[in-house]
Design a protein around this ligand. Structure first.
Ligand code: C2O
Length: 539
């Protein structure tokens, strides 16, 4: 194994999107940011230099961070922010995972522009467990906003504090032209094909040779949007999600939530022409925001014209059956070399309800009119990092009494759930669909889980477990909990530390759809997590 060294200068960079040039926070001047390449078992050293006026952290989304929680990145969970002018070196080893992951800022809304791909190739000398592609490409799906990040932060915070519900927020924001203006568009690899006439923005073009196979490493980096992805005239063979191999299957449409990654093989079997590639939004029910699908082009070499074959069949926004069919097709590869280690017994059987509702509490810390919660606890981030508090045994920062019997009314709190090291967990995530028609993409840090069951309506503890897939369920780090439905996951708490779990829709995270697990080996915290690096930022 190797040591891979990267340097991230986080800086303000003038960026042109949708015909206007604005400063955006970028890494090394790039949007999307640089791709990190490594092999499984490599050590990564990423030196992050904060040259902007905002506090900053970087998260390595999906990296298990075995005993190295200090490098995980969520602000006030595993570290204090890197302050303007400061530097922090993220140092971690890639253990027992390979595939596509990504990195992003993990504080406020900074990840809107601070993100990039993290490509983990198999151990040296090991082939992929599928026919090797001739070449590979990273495809980052995102949203370009015709505004700068500070507008975004200001209006979101203002909207959350002053408006009483999301619809008023969206409507008033649309009236002001911010932040949900209709000229906004999805992007593919940072480029939005112009819906206006700026000739500088031609959209991303992917050149292919007829007869060759390409692996697309697709990442949904959008703040709040679940997406369908497809290429006109071609089907795609899915081989991996969230850096775990799956049983390959062919599909016309990929469904991907914020936080998720999908590797799929494109066979350039049409010989000639240009074909549109598109990312279009999914929402269980239509809402009054109208983004245009992002498009890019697959360009066969030798094709003269630039006109592309368009779609006759882009999925409608509320194509729930299509999204469900895609998710149901995902099964772990579960081969001899890559077995699915699904916990067959359960030490902790948990049910977390989640949702978004009106905040009944007039004097709450966050002060917003809406609150989101797991088990009616709307999470408040502490003033120092939870991992610090855990490691150095600082009391008063968090409680470890996350409610098994949730309170009847929503309340705020920094409450964690304690798991014995190596214990097994079954967690049912139940959406209560109070006021939003969205799936909740729930992301767990530090450990992958197996998605053993999924359904609409309320989870039935008598009936549903008998249908769980305990043989080859998909293993991942982010799962979409269907609107008004549930998902059951299982995992082994084999990574000591403090691990954040949250909705990967920024608008929900912002109002408290978060919690954390503390995993402790019982021999005292100093025995479990490695000591903090010397340059760890302090609060
Ligand atoms: Cu991709 Cu906690 O984040």
């Amino acid at each position: 194994c190797k040591i891979r060294i990267y340097k991230f200068n986080v800086m303000a960079t003038n960026t042109t999107r949708l015909c206007s040039t604005k400063p955006a926070v970028t890494v090394n001047g790039l949007f999307p940011g640089p791709t990190i390449f490594a092999n499984e078992d490599d050590d990564l050293l990423v030196k992050v230099v904060n040259q902007v006026q905002y506090n900053l952290t970087i998260h390595w989304h999906g990296i298990k961070q075995l005993r190295s929680g200090w490098a995980d990145g969520p602000a006030f969970i595993t570290q204090c922010p890197i302050q303007p002018g400061q530097t922090y070196v993220y140092n971690f080893t890639i253990t027992d995972q390979r595939g596509t992951l990504w990195w992003h800022a993990h504080i406020g809304w900074l990840r809107a522009t601070v993100h990039g791909a993290l490509v983990i190739l198999p151990k040296l000398g090991l082939p992929y467990p599928f026919p090797p592609p001739d070449s590979e490409v990273v495809i980052i799906l995102d949203l370009a906003e015709n505004k700068n990040l500070m507008d975004y932060l200001f209006y979101m915070v203002a909207a959350i504090v002053f408006y009483s519900d999301i619809e008023t927020l969206i409507n008033s924001a649309m009236k002001e032209g911010l932040p949900f203006q209709v000229s906004d568009a999805y992007t593919i690899n940072g480029q939005s094909r112009p819906i206006s006439n700026c000739s500088s923005e031609g959209g991303f073009s992917f050149p292919v040779e007829p007869g060759k196979k390409y692996m697309l490493r697709i990442i949904n980096a959008a703040l709040n949007e679940e997406l369908f992805f497809k290429i006109a005239g071609h089907s795609l063979t899915v081989v991996e999600v969230d850096a775990t191999y799956v049983k390959p299957f062919k599909t016309g449409t990929i469904f991907i939530t914020p936080g998720q990654t999908t590797n799929a093989i494109l066979e350039a079997d049409l010989g000639t022409g240009n074909y549109l590639m598109a990312a279009s939004p999914f929402m269980a029910e239509p809402v009054p925001i109208d983004y245009t699908a992002a498009t890019a082009t697959v360009h066969y070499s030798g094709t003269q014209s630039s006109a592309a074959t368009t779609f006759t069949d882009l999925p409608p926004r509320n194509a729930t059956p299509l999204a469900t069919a895609f998710v149901d097709s995902l099964k772990s590869l579960n081969s001899q070399r890559y077995p699915a280690r699904v916990p067959l017994t359960v030490d902790h059987s948990l049910l977390f309800t989640m949702g978004l509702g009106f905040n009944p509490c007039a004097t709450c810390i966050r002060g917003s009119r809406i609150a989101a919660y797991f088990n009616n606890i709307s999470f408040i981030r502490p003033a120092i990092s939870l991992l610090n508090a855990h490691f150095f045994n600082i009391s008063g920062v968090f409680a470890d009494d996350f409610p098994g019997n949730p309170p009847i009314r929503t309340m705020e709190g920094t409450r964690l759930y304690r798991l014995a090291f190596n214990s097994t967990v079954q967690l049912v995530l139940q959406d209560t669909a109070m006021i939003t028609p969205e799936n909740h993409p729930i992301h767990l840090h530090g450990m992958n889980f197996f998605v053993v069951g999924r359904g609409l309506g309320n989870f039935d503890p008598e009936k549903d477990p008998s249908n769980f897939n305990l043989v080859d369920p998909v293993e991942r780090n982010t799962v979409g909990v269907p609107s008004g439905g549930w998902v059951a996951v299982r995992f082994r708490a084999d990574n000591p530390g403090v691990w954040f779990m949250h909705c990967h829709l920024e608008s929900h995270t912002l109002v408290g759809l978060e919690m954390a697990f503390v995993v402790d080996n019982g021999q005292g915290p100093n025995q479990s997590v490695r000591p903090p690096p010397r340059d760890l930022p302090s609060c």
